[in-house]
Design a protein around this ligand. Sequence first.
Ligand SMILES: Cc1cc2nc3c(=O)[nH]c(=O)nc-3n(C[C@H](O)[C@H](O)[C@H](O)COP(=O)(O)OP(=O)(O)OC[C@H]3O[C@@H](n4cnc5c(N)ncnc54)[C@H](O)[C@@H]3O)c2cc1C
Length: 285
Amino acid sequence: MQERINELGPVSEAIVTDSVRISRVDLAEVRRIRMRVEDPSFRVGVGQSVGVVVPGPHPFGNRYHMRRYSIAGESVDSRGDTEIELLVRRCFDIDEISGESYPGIASNYLCDAGPGQAITLTGPYRSPFRMPRNETANILMIGTGTGVAPFRSFIQEIYRQRGGWSGQVRLYYGARSGMDLLYRNDEEDDLALYYDEPSFQAFRGVISKPLASEADTLAAATESHAASIWKLIQSPDTYVYLAGLGKIAERFDEIMRFAAGSDELWVMTRDRLKVAGRWSELIYS
Ligand SMILES: Cc1cc2nc3c(=O)[nH]c(=O)nc-3n(C[C@H](O)[C@H](O)[C@H](O)COP(=O)(O)OP(=O)(O)OC[C@H]3O[C@@H](n4cnc5c(N)ncnc54)[C@H](O)[C@@H]3O)c2cc1C
């Protein structure tokens, strides 16, 4: 049962069922973590996120440490329990001067959790991404790293629940090479199911350098396709979705400014999309 504790709102308990590293060992660790919520009243929708509450004590006396994670996949079993899938990047910063390491609290808590561990969840929270009503609309998804998580469930909705989409659906996805398991055409990868859909095309850009930023991976995925992205963006039926970490919006602006041929034209086009509700971002630090 969901209960309410203080400022966190409704919370649910989930049990970790599976956790696998999906990135190469020499690159940042990303894990696919599955958990079951034994609560028939808990339902998550496409592209939503949940809050993960890490029990204290915490630095600076915080009672709770809560961070949001996008739902990368969800299913309901015959008992009505929901299984959710998160893609979590283990965060830590190293102080360049002292060499001291500062592990991110929630991401390390999740990445260290093994099967059977109970996790407290808040939410689910609505996605900033809204599916266009019109199935002839074009959908342009640009993502990096774990930012592909909301797109996976988005694509599931387009093809599984809506039963087809006649507009163009394009995914441009930047990754460090270890991340390609998120995406690769293997039996675990649900995106592979959509390769046969005539309207779906996915493009991946990979950078193997460990120090590459998310913005670099975004450039790898989009730079060589900039002309076709720019063409699609100018269609009055195109909706743009941007998701990932760090300075990806700034880098995408740079690439599109070049493709548009002028800063003014790009900014005007992008702002028109924003005003029309055809531009959405989910960018986290
Ligand atoms: C809607 C939404 C969806 C998201 N979806 C995902 C997702 O699907 N997958 C995903 O991996 N992330 C996702 N995120 C990001 C996620 O919520 C967290 O921000 C991320 O995991 C870091 O949280 P943390 O608790 O591990 O780090 P925190 O403890 O909050 O620390 C933040 C950063 O600061 C560093 N740091 C901490 N203390 C210090 C210090 N004293 N000095 C210097 N540096 C320090 C840490 O190493 C870390 O890199 C999402 C965010 C949002 C808003």
